[in-house]
Design a protein around this ligand. Sequence first.
Ligand SMILES: NC(=O)c1ccc[n+]([C@@H]2O[C@H](COP(=O)([O-])OP(=O)(O)OC[C@H]3O[C@@H](n4cnc5c(N)ncnc54)[C@H](OP(=O)(O)O)[C@@H]3O)[C@@H](O)[C@H]2O)c1
Length: 281
Amino acid sequence: MTKTWFVTGAARGLGLGVARAALAAGDRLVATSRNPDSLAKAIDGDPERTLFLPLDVTDYEAPRRAVEAAVKRFGRIDILVNNAGYGQIGIFEETSEADIERQFETNVFGLMRMTRAVLPTMRAQKAGHIINFSSIGGRVAFDLCTIYGASKFAVEGFSVNLAKDLESFGINLTVVSPGFFRTDFLDPSSVRLAGDRIADYQPVRRKFEDLYQGMNHRQLGDPGKFGDVIVKMAAAEKPPLHFLVGSDAVGYVREEIAARSSEMEAWAEISAMTDSHDEHA
Ligand SMILES: NC(=O)c1ccc[n+]([C@@H]2O[C@H](COP(=O)([O-])OP(=O)(O)OC[C@H]3O[C@@H](n4cnc5c(N)ncnc54)[C@H](OP(=O)(O)O)[C@@H]3O)[C@@H](O)[C@H]2O)c1
């Protein structure tokens, strides 16, 4: 069956990879961007199967308007790809409240807003698949990633709990955690860096800012292959709740699970000391 995909942030990076792969698979595509002109330049799609729409996920009304336009054109939405997001990188103490709010407004509240806008359509269909973009930074801690990581851990928490709300409607949910991919993510056009006000942090800040800037556009992951893998995953009869993309992501999470498990076991006896042994409790 031909599916209708709705992708946020589809004009570049991982969103563009997914948009192109969905069209290549013969599906229909609703591609959205804050700058819709950039969609026409990036996506060479069959006009019969493609709709370009403006969408800033931080605009309270925009998701609902975009969903209405998508349903008017294609009659349904099968897969929502909540890709839009960016990295607020830096030391927590050096990051302003305004920058923290902006990060959560986009990566977390924007994603929830988009999800809320699409759910009535998916509930009526009694089918659908929501694909939320977390990050390897939503599973594992990295230097200078306190705020970005917090936003992506929030996406994880939101997603696994929302999946329970949706079980009875036949709506699948997958939270995707990509490793490091060769997009604009670390480029000045996307990433936002905190200030540099506190001398104590200077060595660590400089070390990791230089490291991340050195990785810009040289990361391991290929966004085109990423798109193909997402299309393959979405075609599964039972898609995964968690999906790691990239061998680096698998490696980081494997180590994290082992470390967490061994710490849990080391403390398990003390953890259990709070149990009440009163049988009437
Ligand atoms: N690349 C990686 O290594 C990596 C790793 C883990 C997770 N991720 C996640 O993957 C997603 C895509 O990142 P990317 O690597 O493709 O980075 P990117 O090349 O910088 O693309 C970011 C995308 O997000 C969109 N966006 C940002 N703010 C938006 C807003 N307020 N409303 C609508 N769209 C907005 C941008 O749209 P415009 O074109 O309108 O600017 C752009 O399409 C993000 O959620 C990111 O956190 C990336």
